[in-house]
Design a protein around this ligand. Structure first.
Ligand code: TA6
Length: 301
């Protein structure tokens, strides 16, 4: 858990492209700014809050009602869901695991010869509230700002027992009008429909005309969010993930979430790189000393 002050972080890791500051809720945050664009993220949850390619409309979405406080998830950007995706299998804690509500530490900051900047944050079981009773683990979240935004989560089993988990990079994308977009790349994929509680197969592009909460299984391809109103396509590639989740809460669920504006479903869609529970291909078990990585690469076409 980072105990360094913003000044100390700036002295140790700051650069011409990386600046530490007091973010929303006074959470310790950092900004990567280079010729490719701007990214802002917090140490809280290793949470990418925003991504704006140079000259573009922001690509990631953030609720105007999001909380920015200790022990609470941020509503928008890229929540890091780990060691469980969805409800807590033990039924004790909130959804999507403890990584997104824990304070990470800065591990490294680097710049490549072609001008891409990478910041890596780290979390281990020693940084997590003891109430979660975590097995030994290490997570590294690397964010690279180049022609793409690349977010990579490495999971290390630093214990002596197998480490079973599920997880996701739960990315919220900014769209002009969710009812006008098409989410391409999932045609003919089998999915678990979490709203209707049925298994189904996708026909053509995904359109947002109701609450959509679908776990597309055995998917490895590129997903394209085609936004005719903004006149752009958000291209979402991934690796290390066997499920792609598409989510829009639509009307009623938006009204039920206190950290989500009643009308905000109009301007967002989640496309998530996941290893979701419930299908053998997805469940992840890491043997002692092993490492697995899940990665999402986001670009504007
Ligand atoms: O990824 C879709 C989902 O699992 C939905 O079921 C919905 O719960 C969403 O995540 C947000 O979850 P959260 O715990 O962040 O409110």
């Amino acid at each position: 858990m980072s105990t360094l002050s913003i000044g100390d972080l700036q002295a140790r890791f700051g650069s011409e492209n990386v600046e530490f500051f007091a973010g929303p809720g006074q959470l310790t945050a950092l900004r990567i700014k280079n010729d490719f664009g701007t990214v802002e993220m917090t140490l809280h949850g290793a949470h990418v809050m925003s991504y704006c390619p140079a000259g573009a409309v922001p690509v990631l979405w953030m609720s105007s009602k999001s909380m920015f406080q200790a022990n609470e998830p941020i509503r928008g950007g890229i929540p890091v869901c780990w060691p469980w995706f969805g409800p807590d299998p033990a039924g004790k804690f909130g959804g999507h695991g403890f990584a997104r509500v824990s304070v990470w530490s800065v591990s490294s900051v680097s710049k490549s010869p072609d001008g891409q900047n990478t910041v890596t944050l780290v979390l281990t079981e020693k940084d997590v509230d003891a109430k979660f009773d975590p097995q030994p683990f290490k997570l590294e979240l690397s964010v690279t700002l180049g022609s793409a935004l690349t977010v990579a989560l490495k999971v290390y089993n630093s214990g002596t027992d197998n480490l079973a988990y599920s997880g996701a990079l739960h990315s919220y994308f900014n769209v002009a009008d969710s009812a006008a977009i098409q989410v391409e790349g999932l045609a003919d994929c089998e999915y678990s429909d979490k709203v209707l509680n049925v298994e189904s197969v996708q026909s053509g592009a995904v359109v947002i005309d109701r609450e959509i909460d679908r776990v597309y299984r055995r998917t490895s391809g590129i997903v394209r969010v085609v936004d005719p109103v903004f006149g752009r396509v958000i291209r979402i590639a991934k690796s290390g993930s066997t499920s792609t989740v598409v989510w829009n809460p639509w009307i009623e669920k938006s009204q039920r979430m206190p950290d989500f504006g009643d009308e905000e479903y109009h301007t967002m869609v989640c496309v998530e790189a996941a290893n979701a529970p419930g299908a053998a291909a997805d469940d992840r078990v890491l043997s002692p000393g092993a490492m697995a990585e899940i990665r999402q690469m986001i670009t504007l076409e």
